[in-house]
Design a protein around this ligand. Structure first.
Ligand code: CP3
Length: 345
C-alpha cells in the first residue's frame, strides 16, 4: 500500500472520507492489561520509554487489539527537556518531577541542541522498529510537546493545575522566559526531524496547557512557537503532515491552522463538534473530540456521542479521536464499542 492510500494521510491531505480514520490519544496505556505487563517487565515508565524493543511492543499492542489507523510512538513529551540536562523522574501515583529551570544562568547551562541525540537515540530506534513492523495500512505518528507546555514543566518542576510558576516567570522575567521558549523551539525541530528521518510519517505537537494562555500571550507563546516549528519542519520536509493540539484553546482554535501552517488541528472536548465543524473544519482537517469519560462509562451515551462526533464532521476532513488521553480506569470493551460505532456509523 502506498502512502497516499493510508486513510489518515488522505484525511490530512484534506480529503473527506465516508468513514473517518481513527486512533486514540494514550492508546498504549494502563487501561490495557498487556501494557501493564510490559511496563512491569521494564520496571518503570522511563525505562519503558528508553528500551526500544519494549516501547515498540507497547506501541503495537493497541494496533493488534483494535486495528487503529495510526500508531503513535510510545515516548513522553518530557524526554526532550531531560535531554537538555535537567533530571527527570516520575513519582508513583503523582506524575512527573523535574529539576527546575528558572534563571538565565540555568537556561544558558542547558546542553546544546546538538547533544540531545545522545539521550534520545533509543527513541529513534523505537521509530525504526515501528516503521518496519507496523501493518502497511497503519500510519506512524511521531510527536513532541509544544514549547509552552514543555516550559511549564521545566519551570515548575512538576505538573500544576494553573501553570502558575510559568505564568509568573513570563510576567516577571520576560528575557529568561523567552530564552527558554526559544531553546525548546530550536531543540524540538531537531527532535522531530530525527523522528522523521527514522520513519515517522506524521508529527503532532502537544500543547496541553495552551488554554491557560490568553489574548496576546496565546499569540506569542502558543501560535508563534508552533508556527516557527512547523515552518522549519516544512522547509526540511515539504510533504510532512503536521497535527497541532492547542488544548482548550476555545476561540483560539479559529484560524490556528492558517496561522501556524498545521495541516490538522486536534480538538479537545470542551467545545462541541457542531461548533468546531462550523468554525474550525472549513479551513482544514480536524481531529477529535469524544470525551474520554465515555471510555469509562460506555453504554448508550458512548454510542450516541460517538455518532454525534462522526455526524458533525461528516462533510469535511476528519480523524476520529478522543478530546484528551484515555484514562487508566477505562474499560477496553468500550474502546471496541467506540470503534465499531465509528466504522458502522
Ligand atoms: O499517546 C500515546 O499513547 C503516546 C505516548 C504519550 C505518553 N505521554 C505516554 C505516557 C504521549 C503522546 C504523551 C504526551 C504527554 N506527556 C503530554 C501531552 C499530552 C497530554 O496528555 O496532555 C503530557 C502533558 C505528558 C507528561 C506526562 N507524562 C504526565 C503529566 C504523566 C503522568 C500522568 C499519568 O497519566 O500518569 C505522564 C506519564 C505517561 N506518559 C504515561 C504514559 C502512558 C503513564 C505512565 C505509566 O505507565 O505509569
Amino acid at each position: 500500500m502506498t502512502k497516499a492510500t493510508k486513510t489518515i494521510l488522505r484525511a490530512l491531505a484534506g480529503e473527506t472520507l465516508p468513514t473517518p480514520p481513527i486512533w486514540m490519544m494514550r492508546q498504549a496505556g494502563r487501561y490495557l492489561p498487556e501494557y501493564r505487563a510490559t511496563r512491569a517487565q521494564a520496571g518503570d515508565f522511563l525505562s519503558l520509554c528508553y528500551t526500544p524493543d519494549l516501547a515498540a511492543e507497547v506501541t503495537l499492542q493497541p494496533i493488534r487489539r483494535y486495528g487503529f489507523d495510526a500508531a503513535i510512538l510510545f515516548a513522553d513529551i518530557l524526554l526532550l527537556p531531560q535531554a537538555l540536562g535537567p533530571k527527570l523522574w516520575f513519582e508513583t501515583g503523582e506524575g512527573p518531577r523535574m529539576e527546575t529551570t528558572t534563571t538565565m544562568d540555568q537556561v544558558r547551562a542547558l546542553r546544546p541542541t546538538s547533544a540531545i541525540h545522545d539521550t534520545l537515540s533509543p527513541v529513534y530506534e523505537t521509530v525504526r522498529i515501528l516503521a518496519r513492523e507496523l501493518p502497511r495500512e497503519t500510519t506512524l505518528i511521531g510527536f513532541a510537546g509544544a514549547p509552552w507546555t514543555v516550559a511549564t514543566y521545566m519551570i515548575a518542576g512538576r505538573g500544576s493545575k494553573d501553570q502558575g510558576a510559568a505564568h509568573a516567570l513570563k510576567n516577571t522575567d520576560r528575557a529568561t522566559f523567552t530564552a527558554l521558549i526559544d531553546r525548546i523551539t530550536e531543540a524540538t525541530v531537531e527532535y522531530l526531524s530525527a523522528q522523521v528521518d527514522a520513519g515517522a510519517e506524521v508529527v503532532k505537537l502537544f500543547d496541553s496547557w495552551a488554554g491557560s494562555l490568553k489574548g496576546q500571550d496565546f499569540e506569542d507563546f502558543a501560535v508563534k512557537p508552533a508556527a516557527a516549528i512547523i515552518s522549519a519542519m516544512k522547509a526540511r520536509y515539504p510533504h510532512l503532515p503536521i497535527i497541532a493540539f492547542p488544548r482548550e484553546a476555545g476561540e483560539g482554535y479559529i484560524g490556528f491552522a492558517a496561522k501556524t501552517g498545521a495541516d490538522c488541528v486536534a480538538l479537545d472536548n470542551s467545545i462541541t463538534p457542531e461548533w468546531a465543524a462550523q468554525n474550525v473544519q472549513p479551513t482544514g482537517c480536524v481531529q477529535g473530540n469524544l470525551a474520554p469519560e465515555h471510555m469509562v462509562t460506555g453504554g448508550e451515551a458512548l454510542i450516541r456521542e460517538t455518532r454525534r462526533v462522526v455526524d458533525a464532521f461528516r462533510n469535511g476532513p476528519h480523524i476520529f479521536n478522543l478530546g484528551h488521553g484515555i484514562t487508566p480506569d477505562a474499560n477496553p470493551d468500550n474502546v471496541q464499542l467506540m470503534i465499531d460505532t465509528v466504522r458502522g456509523a
